[in-house]
Write a new protein. Structure first.
Length: 270
């Protein structure tokens, strides 16, 4: 289970945007518990009347913890009665703390946008056992999309937006340890948004390949956005996962009207 809260705002004094994000991720029946607290800054660079570039930086404090009492090991098993013995395994550290840094760039016009980013620039260590040296590999991401209005005279009435995203982590560019690709499309009509994505994940470490479809429905008003998505796995993991649900809510504050000094990104809101 993952919980995330974020806030961002454009600030004229910094010629860009400031944001904060807090994430809590629990996995393995709460055996693993991860906290992320991030501060973000983006700089707005107008290239010409049609093209703008955003340069972004992110600094994150990470705390990862593990509950060793909930782990089971092979020496705890009796072949007849199951888990009845105490393990002889020596527990490692209960938690690790680290600083992490990321950066990216985004270019966009009124109808097109595309960007690249690099996470874990310093590749911080995250090992729980003193005998291991485990670093967090860099993750590289590229994405792009464009907006096709259904009515050029009234573009806000509705649009279609094809998108793609690709990311990889670890290994080399020719042979990454893990990569994933997304290909999808959004359709909007008034306040209603619908979307369909195809996703494929590949891992060179265990040969795992996971494919899934993601369906999305959203509703946006002047003050709130609500979204729901369902991720349906279609690979061999289907019987184990069954799919996952995600709900998002965004509140848009009514700021004092003023002359806009920057070009906004015309990308899907969900």
């Amino acid at each position: 289970m993952t919980y995330a809260v974020s806030y961002d705002q454009h600030v004229d004094a910094f010629n860009g945007g400031l944001g904060i994000q807090v994430v809590n991720d629990q996995s393995g029946n709460q055996v693993f518990n991860n906290y992320y607290a991030s501060g973000l800054y983006s700089y707005n660079l107008p290239v010409n009347r049609k093209l703008s570039v955003r340069l972004g930086m992110q600094a994150t404090y990470i705390q990862k913890s593990i509950d060793w009492s909930k782990l089971t090991f092979g020496d705890m098993i009796d072949e007849r009665y199951g888990f009845i013995y105490q393990t002889n395994e020596t527990p490692g550290k209960d938690n690790v703390k680290m600083a992490d840094f990321s950066a990216g760039a985004l270019a966009f016009t009124k109808m097109f946008y595309g960007g690249i980013s690099v996470h874990h620039l310093t590749q911080p260590e995250e090992n729980f056992l003193s005998s291991d040296v485990t670093t967090l590999p860099r993750k590289y991401t590229a994405h792009a999309g464009f907006v096709i209005p259904l009515n050029k005279r009234f573009p806000k009435e509705g649009s279609i937006s094809p998108n793609f995203l690709y990311s990889q982590q670890g290994g080399t560019f020719a042979s990454p340890n893990a990569n994933k690709a997304f290909l999808g499309i959004y359709a909007t009509k008034g306040p209603i948004v619908g979307g369909l994505w195809f996703r494929t994940n590949n891992s060179a470490i265990n040969g795992l390949k996971q494919e899934s479809f993601v369906a999305l429905f959203g509703l946006h008003t002047d003050y709130m956005r609500f979204g729901y998505s369902y991720d349906l796995t279609i690979s061999k993991l289907t019987n184990n996962t069954g799919g996952s649900h995600e709900i998002s809510v965004a509140l848009l504050f009514d700021c004092k009207p003023k002359r806009v000094k920057f070009r906004y990104i015309n990308c899907p809101k969900f």
